[in-house]
Each structure stands twice: as C-alpha cells, then as structure tokens.
Design a protein around this ligand. Sequence first.
Ligand code: NAP
Length: 256
Amino acid sequence: MSETITNDTATQYQAPADLLKEKVILITGAGDGIGRVAAKTFAAHGATVILLGRTVPKLEAVYDEIEAAGGAKPAILPVDLSEVRWEELEYLAQGVDQEFGRLDGLLHNAGVLGQRTPMANYHYATWQQVMQINVNAAFGLTKAMLPLLEESKAGSVIFTGSGVGLKGRAYWGAYAVSKFATEGMMQTLADEVDGVSNIRVNSINPGATRTNMRAVAYPAEDPASVTTPEDIMPTYLYLMGDDSVGVNGKQFNAQG
Ligand code: NAP
C-alpha cells in the first residue's frame, strides 16, 4: 500500500452524502447480507444501483427499501450465478448499456460457503459449485462489463475476499481456495489496467460480519457479538467513490 493510502484511510472514511451521485453501480448478491446493505448504502449516497441476485423477492424488498428512502430507481437482474452461461452475461451487459448507457462500479459480493470439512471428504460437485459462483462467474461478469467500465471516467471494480483467502485454514475447502483465486484475479486485472485505463481494481476482506453466511459458519456464536454490515461500509464507499481514484491492486480489511 502506498505511503499515503493506508487501510485506515478506508475504514475511517467519511463519505460525503452525494459521493456516488450520477454513478451506476452493479452489486452481486444484493438481496441479502453485506450486498443488501452495500446496495442501500450506495443508493443513499446518490448511486443508481443494479441489484443482481438469485432470489427475486429479496431483490424486490431491497428495491422497495431504496425507493422508500428516496433513492434513484434501481434495476433488478435476476441471475443464478451457479448456472449462468457466458452468452447470458454478454446479454446482461448489453441490457445495462441500453438501460443506463454506462457502468461506473462493480461490486463482486455474491458468494457461497460450501462445506466445512476436510478436503479428503469434500464433495466434488460442491467444490465445483463454489468455484463456479465465487470465481468463474465473477470472471465472466467482469469480462462482460469491462467495455462499459472502460467508458466510465473512473470505473471501480471491487472483489470480495476473506481471511481464509489470505492464509489457508483447515476445513474451509473450496471457499478458502476460491478466495485465494479471487485475490489473484484482482491482482491480475489490476496489473492489466494499471496506467492504461481509468479502471481501478481492489479487494475487500469484510472480516467477521453478521450475516446468514457467518451464522452458518459459526453456529455457536452469538450474532449480537458480530460486527454489522453497516459498520463496514466506509471501506466500500471509499473504494466506490472518486476519492480512491488511483488506488489499484490493493487488498483492504474492512475492519482494520
Ligand atoms: P450471505 O448473507 O450468505 O449473502 C450472500 C449473497 O450472495 C446472497 O444475496 C445470496 O443470494 C448471493 N448468492 C449466493 N449464491 C448465489 C448465486 N448462485 N447466484 C446469485 N447470487 C448468489 O453472505 P455475506 O456474509 O453477506 O457474504 C457476502 C460476501 O462477503 C461473500 O463473498 C462472502 O464470502 C464474503 N465474506 C463474508 C464474511 C462474513 O463474516 N459475513 C467474511 C468474509 C467474507 P440469496 O440470498 O438469494 O441466497
């Protein structure tokens, strides 16, 4: 990380109310957990948000909450990333172009946990599904959206990592491996765009955050003792807004 931009720059960021005015931002997994709160937070800071997810009623609930709060009219993209084909992703990008004519931000947030078990017992089909949703779909969506992001004055791509994607841990299986791959994808793309594009690419490790995924991974934990998605939003806002222009290829820990 450069001398002036530290992890604290992001975690302690205080976003102006209109930070994301006139920006169009796509969030995957926008119907629940961190993605839901990120979508609402981006909208509250002026963005038009595109809500991508697999459970339409959840996306509709987020849509309604954003409209009720006076946010710009969102869009809903019902997509199951476990099944999505390349042609569909290209079609989605065409749809975003036709509807909005631009894309300024892409938050890869959707993810699945898979099994918590030794690799010797890990189901092959589950392994493939985790890699498909957490890695392959994020690659495909990025590739499809890159031409639109290139047209933005300052396009921001954020990948979502994890502590187990920075240091491997027993029994985290495909999830840990997928998050290592996610950091690799972030670094590879960041190096490709460096100095030749207005796009910047970074990753956020949310840290332990109070969501369904966390509750499944740690069933004995009291959810009330865990940081809320709202608490980690400064890092998301910092990286999505123009105050982070020039920050590229960095891994951030949203809880410091
Ligand atoms: P979550 O509450 O389980 O939410 C995950 C979101 O991804 C949901 O909206 C879910 O949709 C969506 N999703 C899952 N499979 C999908 C598919 N096949 N197609 C489309 N959307 C799909 O999890 P979270 O805790 O908010 O996690 C968000 C991100 O943060 C993930 O990448 C996770 O790995 C990462 N993370 C979380 C923590 C934590 O402590 N919570 C820590 C480190 C990293 P449905 O609601 O319809 O299932």
